[in-house]
Design a protein around this ligand. Sequence first.
Ligand code: 13P
Length: 329
Amino acid sequence: MRTAVMGAGSWGSVFAKILAEAGGEVTMWARRETIAEAIRSTGRNPDYFPEAALPRNVTATSDPAAALAGADQVVLAVTSQTLRANLSAWAGLIPADATLISLMKGIELGTTKRMSEVIVETTGVDPRRVAVVTGPNIAPELVVRQPAAAVVACPDLSRATAVQESITTPYFRPYTNDDVIGCELGGAVKNVIALAYGIATSMELGENIKATLITRGLAETTRLGVALGADPLTFAGLSGLGDLVATCCSPLTRNRTFGEHLGRGLSLEQAQAATRYTAEGVKSCLAIRDLAHKHGVEMPITEQVERICHEGVDPKVALVTLMSRQTKP
Ligand code: 13P
């Protein structure tokens, strides 16, 4: 099994390591040749987890054509808002029957599309060739082989099973699922709820409200999912509750950490300046809010996160709004 991993960021790098440790041949595509060259010559990514040695069956290139040539699987691990531009350039290079695997947990700004929709639209591939890998998979834990489970969602079960086999290791246990909409939505919305959780954490609001954010966050995610055609039970699984709990509760996650900055009173720009990574929820909250409006679904936590991030609303004011909100009978 030959896999191209398009993106040498945090999860892309650890996913490449998992694929290789499961026995596959892996070529990583890095945007910068200096990173690709460092991976080739030292077997380590100097940008992410430089202490982690990549197996010998991982190589790297900055040439997308070289990465994609002969690939059975193409893993898309770029930031959500750059997927369309990147994939448009790569579409003609993707081998005819390769499975396209999304690791991205975001919703596209403007179009409000899920990542698998962007993949199908940009490449013209049959949706049955697109799989999503998601779940509680915090990269800094997996890089040191701490145990985790995941979901491979794909409408074509035989492809889902092939992807599952290609990433099964003693420390990584993937399940299969055919609810692509539910799995993707859980992954995107949990980032927004984790921003709220981070805000509540640094404001020292206590455990009751943090548990409430998780449970009511899951409720609003499920409402949107059902409106989009997802199975509500998906949200009780690894890609829903599982990822939501992991992302909220771990101090290592980008979205929770970003939320903590906002809860300390930093503006969006100051929080961005304080971090070198992308917290996907910051942009996705706008697209998810728009998607919810389009479908007439109430998402009060997402609304308030969007206001804090993009309208300069004070988190204390957002909290009062949430607590005094009229609930429907
Ligand atoms: P962050 O992007 O917030 O680090 O989330 C990690 C994650 O998705 C764990 O499953």
